[in-house]
Design a protein around this ligand. Structure first.
Ligand SMILES: [Zn+2]
Ligand SMILES: [Zn+2]
Length: 303
C-alpha cells in the first residue's frame, strides 16, 4: 500500500467534504450568505452529501431551527440538554412539531434534486438513501481508481461527518472557548474546531452575524472557507459575498455594544443585529472622516 498516496487522497477528500459542509450546507443553503453558479452550489452540497450528512433540506431545516431556538429546549442539538442528546439528536428520526421543511426552507423546496433527496417525515428512509448513494459513490471509486482511493474517500468523509457534530457541542460549551460578542447564547469561538472545520469554529462570531460569509473577526481568526469563497469570487464563480461581519477591532468594539442590546434567538433580532452593525460601521466611517477633516484643518492652522 502506498501510504503517502493514501494520506494525500484522504486529505483531499477531507477538504472537499468539510468545505461541502461549511461552504455548501452551512453558509450557502442554511444562511444564503453568498451567491454562486448552480454548479458551484452542487459541487459543495454534494461534497457534504457524500460525507453521510443526509439530505440538504433536512440539514438546513435542523440548522435554521438551531439558530432560531439556540440553547433553548427547542434547539435540536444544544449541549444544555446533555452531550449525548446533542450528538445523537436525530435518533428519533422524525421532525418534531416546531421543525418543518416547508415552513423553514421553502427556498430549498423549489430544487427538485433536493426534494428528491429530502427525507420527508421519516428520516430513516432518507438517510438510507444517503447511505446507499454514498456506498455507490465509493464502489465507483473502487472500480475506477482502486481500493486506496475508495478507502481514503471513506475515511475523509467519516472525519468530515464527525467534525460538525462535535463542533456543535464544543462551540456551545462556554468553558471551551471565548466570546467576541456577548450575545444571549452559549456560543464560543474555539481554535481547534476553527482549524478542523475551516473557519466554522469561530462560532460566537457566526451566531452574532449568521448572515455573514466571513466568520473570522480578529487577525488571528483565519477563516479558510471564506478564503476559498474570495478565491472563487476572483475567478467569477461566486458573484456576491455577504461580509457584514467586521474584521476591524474598532468596529468590533462598537458592534459588540450594539449587538448586546438587542439580540435574542429569532430572525427579527438577527436582522436587527445586522442593521445595528451596519449602522455601527457607518458611524465608524463618519468618525474617521470627521477625524481626518479635523486633522487637516488643525494642520492648516499650524501652518
Ligand atoms: Zn451554534
Ligand atoms: Zn449557522
Amino acid at each position: 500500500m502506498d501510504y503517502t498516496l493514501f494520506w494525500c487522497l484522504t486529505f483531499v477528500f477531507y477538504c472537499w467534504h468539510i468545505l461541502g459542509v461549511t461552504v455548501g450546507l452551512h453558509r450557502l443553503l442554511s444562511h444564503r450568505a453568498f451567491k454562486c453558479h448552480k454548479l458551484v452550489e452542487y459541487f459543495f452540497v454534494f461534497g457534504a452529501y457524500l460525507a453521510y450528512e443526509g439530505a440538504p433540506i433536512w440539514w438546513a431545516t435542523i440548522h435554521r431551527t438551531h439558530h432560531r431556538y439556540v440553547d433553548t429546549p427547542l434547539d435540536p442539538h444544544s449541549p444544555r440538554q446533555g452531550i449525548a442528546h446533542a450528538f445523537f439528536f436525530y435518533r428519533d428520526f422524525k421532525y418534531p412539531a416546531h421543525m418543518s421543511p416547508e415552513k423553514q426552507c421553502p427556498d430549498l423546496m423549489k430544487d427538485p434534486i433536493y426534494v428528491w433527496l429530502e427525507q420527508g417525515k421519516d428520516w430513516k428512509l432518507g438517510y438510507a438513501k444517503c447511505v446507499a448513494i454514498n456506498l455507490l459513490f465509493r464502489s465507483i471509486l473502487f472500480y475506477c481508481f482502486g481500493w486506496e482511493c475508495m478507502l481514503a474517500s471513506f475515511l475523509g468523509g467519516f472525519l468530515a461527518w464527525n467534525v460538525p457534530l462535535i463542533l456543535n457541542i464544543v462551540c456551545h460549551i462556554p468553558s471551551l472557548g471565548y466570546k467576541n460578542f456577548h450575545i444571549k447564547d452559549d456560543s464560543v469561538n474555539n481554535h481547534l474546531f476553527a482549524f478542523l472545520a475551516m473557519g466554522d469554529g469561530w462560532h460566537n462570531n457566526h451566531h452574532a452575524f449568521p448572515g455573514s460569509s466571513q466568520m473570522g473577526v480578529k487577525k488571528h481568526e483565519f477563516d479558510m472557507s471564506w478564503f476559498v469563497l474570495k478565491c472563487l469570487q476572483k475567478v467569477g464563480l461566486v458573484y456576491y459575498i455577504n461580509e457584514s461581519i467586521s474584521n476591524k477591532a474598532e468596529d468590533l468594539a462598537i458592534a459588540q455594544a450594539d449587538v448586546t442590546k438587542g439580540v435574542s434567538p429569532d430572525d427579527e433580532s438577527r436582522e436587527a443585529a445586522s442593521r445595528a452593525h451596519s449602522a455601527a460601521r457607518a458611524r465608524v466611517k463618519r468618525r474617521k472622516l470627521a477625524g481626518s477633516a479635523a486633522a487637516s484643518s488643525s494642520s492648516k492652522m499650524e501652518v
